[in-house]
Design a protein around this ligand. Structure first.
Ligand code: EPZ
Length: 426
């Protein structure tokens, strides 16, 4: 039972380097199943979710070597002999569902536990299954597992390329269908596809293995199936959400903070919202951002989360902490997940004044927050509560920090290196 104990009021300053992206690394590890030989991934973040995805691949029979010091992971899929992603792992991390596309494409079958919901929402997978069905897959759901299979034709190819029209630009469904289509017969077109930078990273990774994917980053992705894919060497892109988290921390209580490896081009709407608030943020170059102390008081602002290129839902709890300290009324609207305001009660325990009205949070900014014992309900909510502790008067104790470790590499060490008074206690 580890906790963070934070004494607020310290001014952050100095440099912080952003790690590899969780929401790309997980997919690249799953996609390495598609190759006929070994893949080496670099800049892989040292986080719990990566450990779980590696465990999923080892459960399938893949050989995986992790070089923690050099943040690289070697994956050899040649020894895969199982097509089942077990409940014990899938319940820990929903993204395990992303082995389905690669296993179906390469072996024509997969048995994966139904992921189920989580604290932020019901997290359906109907769009994944519809895409697979469009490509010729038959599936059934029994005893908490999804059983998918597709017969191979005379040439051993299984899935059939086709037009997939997505009801909603789901990231997971876009990624799973894109991976499945790589070894399919003919062309697959994904319409209304998700456009996040991580989708582009996955497509570039697959193309470096010999796939033929065009249009990633747009709402129409075209995949021409190929006979086989080979192992590759690839560097995971930087984590935009981690970058956004540290930029807001600097906006809350920083001066002269440089956020390195923060590709701001991936965060343009977020960036312009910070400007609207009045955060003194400047671009050093393509990969580096600087935050200085504000030149004037901050402005209340309204935020609506949307799929990319809209405002990222993963930064919604983070920006809400900042808005909760700005006098005036701000409204945050969550349009991607149906239950992503659970952390608000914890913020209100710290003296914030936020009312939830359906999928809107109506924030009346307060002069100051006060330290309190609080819980983290999920990864981003946990990080948000830690940020609140940095500006709160007195001491804040954050429990259930295992959520934070799932997606932030060395979170407290990085904050400490910027001058925060934070420590982990058991
Ligand atoms: C990815 O989840 C990210 N996770 C999430 O980050 C992120 O919040 C989310 O995309 C949205 O940006 C990973 O990449 C591992 P979706 P994913 O499919 O792929 C509904 C974090 O904090 N939907 O785009 O699951 C779904 O219920 C995490 O790092 C269906 O209805 O997101 C949700 O409301 C949290 N049917 C919405 O779409 C489907 O088949 C967005 O889901 C699929 C999704």
């Amino acid at each position: 039972m580890e906790k963070f104990v934070i004494n607020g009021g310290k001014i952050l300053s100095g440099k912080v380097k952003i790690s590899g992206a969780k929401n790309s690394a997980l997919k690249l590890i799953a996609a390495s199943i598609l190759a006929d030989s070994k893949t080496t991934l670099k800049n892989v973040p040292k986080i719990e979710d990566v450990n779980i995805m590696i465990e999923v691949l080892r459960t399938l029979g893949a050989r995986v070597n992790v070089d923690t010091e050099n943040k690289s992971v070697e994956i050899n899929p040649e020894s895969i002999d199982s097509y089942e992603a077990p409940y014990e792992l899938v319940r820990k991390m929903r993204a395990s569902i992303l082995v389905a596309g690669p296993l179906l494409s390469k072996f024509g079958k997969v048995k994966v536990a139904v992921p189920g919901g989580c604290n932020i929402g019901s997290r359906q997978i109907d769009l994944h299954l519809k895409g697979f069905e469009d490509m010729g897959v038959e599936y059934s759901i029994e005893h908490g597992y999804i059983n998918c299979q597709v017969e191979s034709n005379k040439t051993g190819v299984r899935l059939s390329g086709t037009m997939v029209n997505m009801d909603f630009p789901s990231r997971g469904a876009t990624e799973n269908i894109m991976m499945a289509a790589c070894l399919a017969r003919g062309q697959t077109v994904i319409n209304n596809a998700a456009r996040e930078p991580e989708i582009i990273d996955l497509a570039c990774f697959l193309n470096s293995m010999g796939a033929d994917i065009q249009g990633s980053g747009t709402d129409c992705i075209v995949i021409n199936g190929v006979k086989s894919l080979k192992g590759t060497e690839y560097e995971v892109m930087p984590d935009s959400i981690e970058a956004g988290t540290f930029i807001v921390a600097a906006g809350l209580c920083g001066n002269k903070v440089e956020v390195e490896n923060a590709k701001w081009k991936n965060l343009q709407v977020f960036y312009s919202k910070l400007k609207e608030i009045g955060v003194n943020i400047s671009i050093i170059d393509e990969n580096n951002i600087r935050v200085d102390e504000p030149q004037s008081t901050y402005n209340p602002t309204n935020i609506s989360t949307l799929p990319y290129p809209g405002f990222p839902t993963d930064l919604q709890p983070i920006i809400t902490v900042l808005l909760s300290t700005i006098p005036g009324v701000s409204i945050v609207t969550e349009n991607v997940f149906e239950n992503r305001f659970m952390y608000v009660d914890e913020l209100n325990r710290m003296g914030a004044n936020i009312k939830i009205d359906g999928h809107h949070a109506v924030i009346k900014g307060v002069e100051k927050l006060s330290g309190a014992p609080v819980r983290s309900f999920d990864l981003r909510a946990g990080a948000a509560i830690v940020l609140a502790g940095l500006v709160a008067e007195g001491s804040t104790e954050v429990s259930d920090i295992y959520h934070i470790k799932r997606g932030y590499e060395d979170f407290e060490e990085k904050l400490k290196s910027l001058g925060a008074d934070i420590k982990k206690v058991s």
